[in-house]
Ligand binder design. Structure first.
Ligand SMILES: *Cc1c(COP(=O)(O)O)cnc(C)c1O
Length: 495
């Protein structure tokens, strides 16, 4: 580092904790032993390290300051607006956290005797009933640990169902706007992807679907509203065409935030549905933490669900794990799935009730439409239809004036918001996908719209500021090609 640019002291990145290290400094202090030390130490000699690990040597005070500074560099849903399209990064009420932290829920173990976990089993059985009602399906499993895991589980059930009828099919139809996990899950489940194009409105091209649907099609996987934020107006025709060809319908429920309490995949004709509890139902999403992708299925698929499943014995009033049926595809996780996430969802559903859940989707759709209305004069809406809970802009006009979606996204960071999703869905040029969610106030939405419009004006007035953004972060813009080709993965002092 050149002498002209000394490391900033408190930007949270430098100095690194290794640079703060001084030999002999310790972050703990304990009184001297007042009992004899175990001879040779408590750990057998053969298992002991020969050399000390190369950890930074710092005082407790510096250690705490280091991690506190780092935590302040973290941008999350609790810190501000996070309109990351497709991800539903909404504020999660702390009530749900309190419920998940109750010792009776936090400390249970899946192998504990049923008599000791009656409350946990009851919670699973009752939330299953709520999700059946919300989705319009017949049975639910909480085992899948995320949306993608639910997809794989559902596709394995789709395969088991066809095979139980002596039918082996090869392909699963997916719209070209689909989330990347859909085709990946289809491949993992041993199927081939048949891609159906979107029409000029951004909806499934019905004639193209009719041509694809045939005796080798195991099913169709679709999100509704789709990944462009548009409600599939022809969903009943889609269901009819796929069912007539002998296929099943899989509903990717990651966009459930848009329709909860207003319409149900079961009524649209779907056979298999996954929900992302970590998007719609009160668990923070992102950061790789645990998720939950419960799967809800129609009557004819229920025997194939993973097991064991929680059940109530009406005669004794006791809850238990029902034995795994012989057509079950087996287990895909521990019995209750990621139980803490399930507890949060249960608290959320109970706190809001049916009316509150309906309001969730109303506000999510209203907020997205408000923002779309404020931005559509300046940015192009990718499709003319009315958006649901999210919408996709195309920065093609901005690109013609010299700024790409990526430049705009980077500059938004200086305005204190997390940028929207960019360059997805792939079918939209210079895509910027905005999902404000229901939890944001009118003032927050206006501040975001103002920031987007200010950045747009800057393309002409101060393009340099735009290309070099962000200016307010410790690291500005990594060279993306170098970061991919020549990543520096190791700290070297002095570099
Ligand atoms: C998030 C998302 C998924 C995948 O869910 P994960 O829980 O991240 O595995 C699938 N489909 C759509 C449309 C999504 O938005």
């Amino acid at each position: 580092m050149s002498p002209e640019s000394p490391p900033a002291v408190a930007d949270g990145i430098s100095p690194l904790i290794f640079e703060r290290s001084r030999p002999g400094r310790r972050a703990w202090s304990l009184p001297a032993l007042d009992v004899p030390a175990a001879p040779g130490g408590a750990i057998p000699a053969a298992l002991r390290r020969r050399a000390a690990p190369r950890l930074p040597e710092v005082s407790e005070r510096d250690l705490v300051a280091h991690y506190t500074r780092l935590s302040r560099r973290n941008y999350g849903v609790d810190a501000g607006f996070y309109p990351l399209g497709s991800c539903t990064m909404k504020y999660n009420p702390k009530l749900a956290e309190d419920a998940a932290a109750l010792p009776g829920f936090r400390r249970v173990h899946p192998l504990q005797p049923e008599s000791q976990v009656q409350g946990a089993l009851q919670l699973l059985v009752e939330l299953e009933a709520a999700l059946r009602e919300i989705t319009g399906m017949a049975a639910v499993t909480f085992q899948p640990a995320a949306g993608a895991h639910g997809e794989l589980t559902g596709l394995l059930m789709m395969r088991a169902w066809h095979e139980s009828r002596g039918d082996s099919r090869r392909r699963v139809i997916i719209p070209d706007s689909a989330h990347g996990t859909n085709p990946a899950s289809v491949r993992l489940a041993g199927y081939e992807v048949a891609e159906v194009p979107s029409d000029s409105r951004g909806l499934v091209d019905i004639p193209a679907l009719e041509r694809l649907a045939g005796p080798d099609v195991a099913g169709l996987m679709i999100t509704n509203p789709n990944t462009l934020g548009l409600f599939e107006q022809n969903i009943e025709s889609v269901a009819r065409i796929v069912h007539a060809a002998g296929g099943l319908l899989y509903y990717d429920g990651a966009n459930f935030n848009a329709i909860i309490g207003h319409c149900r995949p079961g009524d649209m004709g779907f056979d298999i549905v996954h929900l992302n509890l970590h998007k719609t139902f009160a668990t923070p999403h992102g950061g790789g933490g645990p998720g939950s992708g419960p799967l809800a299925v129609s009557e004819r698929l229920a025997p194939f669900l993973p097991g064991p499943r929680p059940a109530l014995d009406p005669s004794s009033g006791r809850y238990h794990w029902a034995p795994v049926g012989e057509r079950s595809i087996g287990r895909v996780h521990t019995f209750g799935g990621n139980f803490g996430v399930v507890v949060r969802a249960s608290a959320y559903v109970r706190a809001l009730g049916p009316e509150g859940l309906r309001r969730v989707s109303e506000m999510a759709v209203l907020n997205a439409n408000y923002l779309a209305a404020r931005l559509r004069g300046t940015f192009d809406l990718a499709y003319p239809g009315q958006p649901m809970h999210e919408f996709v802009l195309s920065a093609r006009r901005q690109k013609a004036r010299g700024a790409r979606a990526m430049d705009i996204a980077k500059r938004l960071i200086d305005h204190g918001v997390h940028p929207p999703t960019v360059y997805f869905p792939l079918v939209v040029e210079e895509a910027m996908m905005v999902e404000p969610t229901e939890t944001e106030s009118r003032e927050t939405l206006d501040a975001f719209a103002d920031a987007m419009l200010a950045v747009d004006r800057e393309i002409d007035s101060d393009p340099e500021a735009l290309y070099l953004a962000p200016h307010t972060t410790p690291v500005s813009r990594p060279d993306e090609a170098r970061a991919a080709r020549l990543p520096i993965l190791r700290f070297t002092p002095g570099e």
